[in-house]
Write a protein that binds this ligand. Structure first.
Ligand code: COA
Length: 156
């Protein structure tokens, strides 16, 4: 069974992430959306449990998508869930450079782990979770950029 892990901090999940989840769910038997912590970033805006609830809600109609929180190294989590494929979305050349390094590090930490890079839909290339947080800070509408299912969870 081909299981792929799609990791990120998802603070919060955006339409860009949804595009990657939805496309990859058509190619793998199971896609595990994994909420991790990037130690180079501050703690974030939404508690991790809330991010999990948001993603579960946004992916509720995707039968082969599961959502987990992980702590520690991504490859250790991938091994635990029996996945040797990591999926990442690439919006631009900066993302590519970063993801290329991540893929090489993860592959050198665990031989046989492969990273599949999906080119982001141009519609979502300018979206990031920090952009959503910034718009929310200025009380601007973010409806266009996040899945409908999580709108009511953003301000509670
Ligand atoms: N569409 C829209 N936005 C996208 C996107 C897409 N397709 N793909 C990525 N993004 C955005 C995210 O929203 C995020 O925005 P932000 O910086 O404003 O929050 C940004 O691009 C970076 O996302 P991502 O590359 O997924 O990184 P992340 O910081 O969210 O998560 C971890 C990184 C948690 C997956 C990674 O650091 C990790 O696994 N850490 C654990 C330790 C480890 O194993 N490290 C690797 C070996 S050293």
């Amino acid at each position: 069974m081909k299981t792929a892990v799609y990791p990120g901090s998802f603070d919060p999940i955006t339409m860009g992430h949804m595009d990657i989840i939805s496309r990859s769910s058509k190619f793998f038997e199971k896609v595990i959306v994994a909420i991790g912590h990037n130690h180079n970033k501050a703690d974030g805006m939404f508690p991790v449990q809330k991010r999990l609830d948001m993603i579960k809600s946004a992916t509720k109609n995707m039968d082969n998508v599961e959502v987990y929180i992980y702590d520690g190294l991504l490859i250790d989590f991938a091994e635990k869930v029996g996945a040797n494929i990591i999926i990442k979305g690439v919006r631009n050349s900066k993302d590519f450079e970063y993801e290329q390094n991540m893929a090489l590090i993860n592959n050198s930490l665990k031989e046989g782990v492969e990273t599949f890079l999906l080119v982001a839909d141009p519609k979502y290339c300018f979206i990031s979770s920090s952009m959503i947080r910034e718009l929310m800070y200025f009380k601007k509408d973010v409806t266009e950029y996040v899945p409908n299912e999580i709108m009511h969870m953003l301000n509670t």
